[in-house]
Design a protein around this ligand. Structure first.
Ligand code: NI
Length: 180
């Protein structure tokens, strides 16, 4: 396995719609997912979408907090051909970062609750309703598959900061900003 190079904002692969995967359980998809996970860990990301490693396919990997768990233990997910839809119309704002937009952090409104569906590289169907950070991560990663980066979801660009200047802000209870 290898660490893959991350495409950065401005690269065309990040602004086009990624293609559906015809065979989610194909060996090449399992290999892609394995290298994406390795790359995500190496870069300290919470999530990674295939276009971010120059592969225009609908594949995402992400860590998500385990629902109902008292410990903030993160569950590793890999999804092929994911589909996300809001549950309710409530939105919440929180800070996000992105490995394809290095050095910046922005305040991004997202749906509080979403339903997402897809299939794992092992062929298991996934159909979940989640909220909070888990819902945020899924929305951010699936946006990558449609050529959308988080600054495009921002409604107040005065809340786009260099990471090094975030110390001027009160971030609330969370000390670290997630990088997706
Ligand atoms: Ni991202």
């Amino acid at each position: 396995m290898a660490i893959l190079k991350i495409a950065r904002m401005g690269h065309p692969v990040l602004s086009r719609r990624a293609e559906e995967v015809a065979e989610p359980t194909a060996a090449e998809i399992k290999a892609l997912v394995a290298t994406m996970i390795e790359t995500m860990r190496e870069e300290d990301g919470l999530g990674l979408a295939a276009p971010q490693v120059h592969v225009p396919k609908r594949v995402v990997v992400f860590f998500a907090p385990r629902a109902g768990a008292e410990e903030p233990e993160a569950e590793l997910n890999a999804l092929v051909n994911p589909v996300v839809e809001p549950v309710g119309d409530e939105k919440v704002e929180d800070w996000e970062g992105c490995l394809s937009v290095p050095g910046l952090r922005g305040l991004v409104p997202r749906y509080r609750r979403v339903r997402y569906r897809g299939v794992t590289p092992e062929g298991a169907p996934v159909d979940r309703v989640v909220e909070g950070l888990h819902a945020r991560v899924v929305q951010h990663e699936c946006d990558h598959l449609d050529g959308i980066l988080y600054p495009m979801r921002m409604t107040d660009l005065s809340k786009l900061y260099f990471e090094s200047e975030l110390r001027h802000l009160k971030l609330g209870e969370r000390e670290e900003v997630t990088v997706l």
